[in-house]
Design a protein around this ligand. Structure first.
Ligand SMILES: Cc1cc2nc3c(=O)[nH]c(=O)nc-3n(C[C@H](O)[C@H](O)[C@H](O)COP(=O)(O)OP(=O)(O)OC[C@H]3O[C@@H](n4cnc5c(N)ncnc54)[C@H](O)[C@@H]3O)c2cc1C
Length: 407
């Protein structure tokens, strides 16, 4: 069998993490092969972005192609209970570069990014699947669309396979997540009565349901379509003894705010669901590979951090790989894994504080100082590496202190 040796880097998967890594590597002069299992456009969950995505896309020369699509702009987040509404405006931050983001249909967004990476020089192959990897020889085995087996011998491999978790599975690097087992049940709808904030559309609305036992996301797209999803622990779902579609209808009908919003709405597709979405890995790199995006650690959708972390890790991995391919020494532990975990751990603290109720107390408290509000907005905008933000430098300590003050 002929082994293809024409590429420097091989990327598994064409989601945001793979596309940004490929785009950065080819622009630095390296030859990149990217193999994607699906035909695009393809649906994937995760449609609400954070302003930090804009910095990363801009730096990779990819923001323009996204701006051309004219996605719904997202000025912030509205957290809602039956009695209360707390609006997070992204522009009220600690002086970060971007203060707005996008609500995106991922089949459109991901395809646009991948086409941009291809235009920049990445060799993209759809409907082909990575089925084996030899880390000693840096040898990737691919099953093509036609069923042929191809082998690629490269200098480095980037695993950006998202929920496919190709290298964690092949190399037994999977680690159970410390998060509780939760599930998400979702559907796209049309004709809902969209609440505006200061007469502006585009905010993601997060409805807190049944004393924080579940929450509902409402993501508005431009053409009057809304993505609606319910997240709760598996054990809560089971108490209802219903199928996922029945549960979806029941929660939307019985939650007072969603009942009002979706009174006249119709579903545009079948109700889908994902069980136990959180995942982790024992290590994120080795001499022959680096794992990026969702194939590493995925916590929870509550703060829409997934695509931000996918772009951040894909971008960081590509920058470090460029250095290494130039012959410089790279400390992957410090400069990649430890760096990524700073951001992940800030979100981890916020996710934990959301589910144990501390964050709701903080968010809905009317006594927050201006600095605290701006610091929280910066975190919720995805700026989780800014060490000048006390919630980034000491996430647990800050959340605990501000929670104590809010009660
Ligand atoms: C319920 C839920 C809601 C979410 N909501 C949000 C949100 O609002 N905002 C947000 O930012 N994030 C959200 N996320 C997270 C988001 O879905 C992911 O973080 C994001 O898609 C990760 O991007 P990625 O590039 O790492 O992987 P993906 O987007 O999953 O892309 C990976 C690609 O790899 C391909 N692949 C897999 N296996 C192989 C193989 N063997 N060979 C070749 N290719 C392969 C797949 O086909 C896929 O196209 C949510 C997640 C969940 C579970």
């Amino acid at each position: 069998m002929i082994v293809n040796q024409s590429y420097d880097v091989f990327i598994i998967g064409g989601g945001p993490a793979g596309s940004i890594a490929g785009a950065k590597l080819v622009q630095a002069g390296y030859r990149v092969k990217l193999v994607e299992k699906m035909q695009f456009p393809r649906f994937v969950i995760g449609e609400s972005l954070l302003p930090r995505c804009n910095d990363l896309l801009d730096e990779a020369g990819m923001l323009q192609s996204i701006e051309r699509v004219s996605f719904q702009s997202k000025p912030g987040v509205a957290f809602q209970t039956e009695e209360d509404l707390e609006v997070i405006n992204f522009e009220y931050n600690l002086g970060e570069k971007f203060n707005c983001s996008f609500q995106v249909k991922r089949e459109v967004f991901d395809y646009e990014l991948l086409l941009d990476a291809e235009r920049k020089g990445v060799s993209v192959e759809f409907e082909s699947e990575v089925i084996a990897f030899d880390p000693e020889a840096t040898l990737v085995t691919v099953k093509t669309k036609l069923g042929d087996i191809e082998k690629y011998n490269v200098k480095k491999v980037i695993d950006a396979s998202g929920y496919g978790r190709v290298l964690p599975k092949l190399l037994k690097l999977d680690k159970p997540s410390e998060q509780s087992v939760r599930k998400a049940i979702f559907c796209r709808t049309e004709g809902d009565l969209r609440p505006l904030v200061n007469e502006q559309d585009g905010y993601i609305f997060v409805d807190i349901h049944d004393d924080n036992q579940a929450w509902v996301w409402n993501i508005p797209f431009k053409e009057g379509v809304t993505s609606t999803g319910i997240v709760c622990e598996e054990s809560y779902f089971k108490k209802f003894n219903m199928s996922e579609p029945e549960f979806f209808d029941y929660i939307i009908r019985t939650n007072p705010t969603t009942a009002k919003r979706y009174k006249k709405a119709t579903k545009l597709n079948e109700v889908g669901f994902i069980n136990g979405y959180s995942a982790s890995v024992t290590k994120m790199f080795d001499t022959s590979f680096v794992i990026v995006g969702n194939a590493t650690e995925f916590l929870d959708p509550i703060f829409s951090s997934g695509v931000t972390l996918a772009l951040e890790s894909g971008s960081k991995a590509a920058d470090l790989m460029v250095k290494e391919l130039k012959g410089e020494v790279v400390n992957w532990q410090v400069d990649y894994e430890d760096y990524m975990m700073v951001g992940v751990n800030v979100f981890r603290e916020f996710v934990n504080a959301w589910y144990d109720g501390r964050l709701q107390s903080i968010l809905f408290s009317k006594d927050k100082t201006d600095k605290v509000t701006r610091s929280i907005v910066s975190v919720l905008s995805g700026y989780v590496w800014n060490q000048e933000n006390a919630f980034v430098a000491k996430p647990k300590k800050m959340v605990d202190i501000i929670y104590q003050l809010s009660t």
